[in-house]
Ligand binder design. Structure first.
Ligand SMILES: C[S@@+](CC[C@H](N)C(=O)[O-])C[C@H]1O[C@@H](n2cnc3c(N)ncnc32)[C@H](O)[C@@H]1O
Ligand code: SF4
Length: 462
């Protein structure tokens, strides 16, 4: 991280970019890929291929104004239980295509707030997973939780069901920031959850923080980072606030003039980085920190870190099967997303036999190698291009357009070259998404095809 980014650089490189949790990114998804295509992809998986599982639950106990996720409050317990039954139904349809007994090393419940599922629903999903798949003994089984709403007995239940990692949302500890975000959560509340999780035997603890929130300052984020680091989570995710009020209407309640500028955002990210590094954490990629003894820090050191729809992960499986409304999945043939609206997802499963897939994208040979380059940049802040140069060509010939696009980066001191390896300098640290975007030809094609049409909008890149 580097705080000394001049306003001139921010003006020239600012703008909106994808977070590259996949390549092609979700803007390339279309309804050319639907239930039938995905069923063929799933049937074609090699029998010995292990898979990862993701269950999406779009319900929350209350809604936070800053949150970009598509979530709703669902008060009726029967409706939440019925949603749990549909997750089971979708899983059975998937197993009918991929076959029983596949090894699972990573399983994640995300949302929303998946602990809004009633106890019976959580028990049923986990026992069906154990019946239909082979959960590895050392599998990572993770749950996202909101420390403000922990149902009685939930942490011992999760431990009993085999969960060994919990991600707690914190975001910020300052009262004014919390009130403006509509998420008031005391330090004591969070600490109590972390302690309850550990007492129940769930040792993997992650905490999410955000910078760039309304009224945050360098001093306030420093204070939050210091106090949260004192809880000794194994991993922290430090996200830049994505202000996308054109997509997420509830963010319109956040006054525009309360938001830090790009320059202040960079300074806040830099200060959090300094605190967490001082506290002994290893900085990983765009937005993660891990205790040096944590598996993610080891994977980073070994160059085996990955990036998928859940962000940075130690999961190396090329297959991620997502279940639930809006869940995104990955197979070697392509990516696809389930129907985003919860009501429409429920209808689709009740009224039709197939998978509740809305759209997706086929990965061409070029998508695959570019995806690997982009994932490597996002994980390691640089990439050796040698394996991607066709025989008989040199770097200049194989990557002429990219080299041209990278010239200003070099002049601005953001990157360095060592042979065919390009990497970000210390000054260039915040420009990870920019370096990745240089290898994203789909984005250029979409921009060219969409001239005159509205361009898909991402969150701020700085
Ligand atoms: C899907 S939420 C689930 C967490 C859980 N429901 C909670 O509130 O504690 C996961 C994380 O996404 C992050 N997040 C949500 N909206 C965001 C936004 N607009 N910009 C950046 N990060 C965001 C937050 O850090 C949040 O903890
Ligand atoms: S941050 Fe968590 S609790 Fe708040 S709206 Fe988003 S998913 Fe729900």
């Amino acid at each position: 991280m580097a705080a000394n980014i001049s306003p001139d650089l921010i003006a020239r490189y600012g703008g909106n970019l994808p977070r590259y949790t996949s390549y092609p990114t979700a803007v390339s998804f279309s309804d050319a890929i639907g239930p039938q295509e995905v069923a063929d992809w799933l049937k074609a998986l090699p029998p010995e291929q292990s898979v990862s599982l993701y269950f999406h639950v779009p319900f929350c106990d209350e809604l936070c104004r800053f949150c970009a996720c598509n979530t709703a409050v669902m008060r009726q317990e029967e409706a939440r239980a019925a949603y749990g039954d549909l997750l089971l139904e979708e899983m059975h349809r998937i197993v009918a295509l991929v076959g029983q007994g596949r090894v699972v090393r990573h399983l994640h419940f995300g949302g929303g707030t998946p602990t809004t599922l009633p106890e019976t629903a959580l028990r049923n999903v986990m026992s069906a997973v154990r019946e239909q798949f082979r959960l590895a003994d050392d599998a990572e089984i993770a749950m996202e939780m909101d420390p403000r709403h922990v149902p009685e007995g939930m942490l011992p239940l999760l431990a009993e069901l085999g969960f060994n990692r919990i991600s707690f949302g914190v975001q910020d500890l300052d009262r004014i920031v919390q009130e403006t975000c509509g998420r008031v959560q005391s330090y004591e509340q969070t600490l109590a959850c972390v302690e309850q999780a550990r007492a129940a035997g769930v040792n993997g603890v992650n905490i999410d923080l955000i910078y760039g929130l309304p009224y945050q300052t360098v001093e306030s984020v420093q204070d939050t980072a210091r106090r949260v680091a004192g809880m000794r989570p194994d991993r922290l995710a430090v996200f830049g606030y994505a202000h996308v009020p054109w997509k997420q209407k509830r963010q319109q309640l956040i006054p525009q003039d309360s938001l830090p500028s790009s320059e202040e955002r960079l300074q806040q990210a830099d200060r959090i980085d300094r605190v967490l590094v001082e506290e002994g954490y290893k900085s990983i990629g765009l937005d993660h920190y891990a205790h040096p003894e944590d598996a993610m820090a080891h994977a980073y050191e070994a160059g085996t870190l990955h990036r998928n729809f859940q962000g940075y992960t130690i999961d190396s499986s090329p297959v991620l099967l997502g279940m639930g409304a809006s869940a995104i999945s990955m197979t070697p043939d392509g990516f696809y997303q389930n129907i985003p609206s919860t009501a429409a997802y429920i209808r689709a499963l009740k009224e039709h036999d197939g998978l509740p897939v809305a759209r997706g994208v086929f990965r061409t040979e070029e998508d695959r190698w570019r995806g690997k380059v982009i994932e490597t940049v996002m994980c390691l802040s640089g990439v050796d291009l040698t394996p991607y140069i066709p025989s008989g060509q040199g770097l200049e010939q194989a990557f002429a357009e990219e080299l041209e696009a990278l010239r200003p980066f070099e002049e601005d001191g953001l990157i360095r070259w060592e042979g065919n390896r390009v990497s970000l300098t210390e000054k260039g640290g915040p420009f990870l998404r920019h370096l990745a975007a240089v290898f994203d030809t789909r984005r250029k094609e979409l921009a060219a095809a969409g001239e005159g049409k509205p361009v898909p909008r991402f969150s701020s890149s700085l």
